[in-house]
Ligand binder design. Structure first.
Ligand code: RTP
Ligand code: MG
Length: 154
């Protein structure tokens, strides 16, 4: 039977440059696996401004856009496909609110409370809908032109 009330779902998680440079990768993965997600795929890449602007196209024109592109291209990012039932909402809940200061005060167990700094440097990303998850997964895993960075190069 189709007994599962919630279908298995995939989302795109990303550890941002501050998460990688702050050595939070293992702690973040421990939180991911401890919450029952499967890490289906992962890739570490260095985004350039053009790719980053494509990834964050929905924010072009916003006051924080230039600063966001500078931040997200400041070092490599680690993109992961996470799978579990209701993965998109569950991952957003685990990372906490955009502003890491709010995460620290109101969601102390969230990932952004652990490794984020403010409303920009919040160390992780999560897709916000089925459509963005599909788009973001193909952005990272369907593009041979992305510059891959080996983990042990760091
Ligand atoms: P994300 O897309 O990274 O998972 O984060 P989000 O949905 O919680 O936040 P969103 O509104 O999509 O913004 C994307 C990223 O832009 C940076 N940002 N800076 N300075 C600011 O006011 C500001 N607001 C957003 C953050 O890095 C945010 O995650
Ligand atoms: Mg977003």
């Amino acid at each position: 039977c189709s007994c599962e009330a919630v279908e298995r779902e995939m989302t795109l998680a990303m550890i941002k440059p501050d998460g990688l440079s702050g050595n939070y990768t293992e702690k973040i993965k421990t939180a991911i696996l401890g919450s029952g997600f499967h890490i289906v795929k992962e890739i570490q890449v260095q985004l350039d401004a053009e790719k980053a602007s494509l990834f964050y196209a929905e924010h072009s024109g916003r006051s924080f856009f230039d600063s966001l592109i500078k931040y997200i291209t400041s070092g490599p990012v680690l993109a992961m496909v996470l799978e579990k039932p209701d993965a998109i909402a569950q991952w957003r809940a685990l990372i906490g609110p955009t502003d890491a200061r709010k995460a620290k005060t109101s969601y102390p167990n969230s990932i952004r409370a652990m490794c984020g700094l403010d409303s920009e440097k919040n160390c992780v990303h999560g897709s916000d809908s089925l459509e963005s998850a599909a788009r973001e997964i193909s952005f990272f895993f369907g593009d041979a032109s992305l510059e891959t960075v080996e983990h042990d190069e760091l």
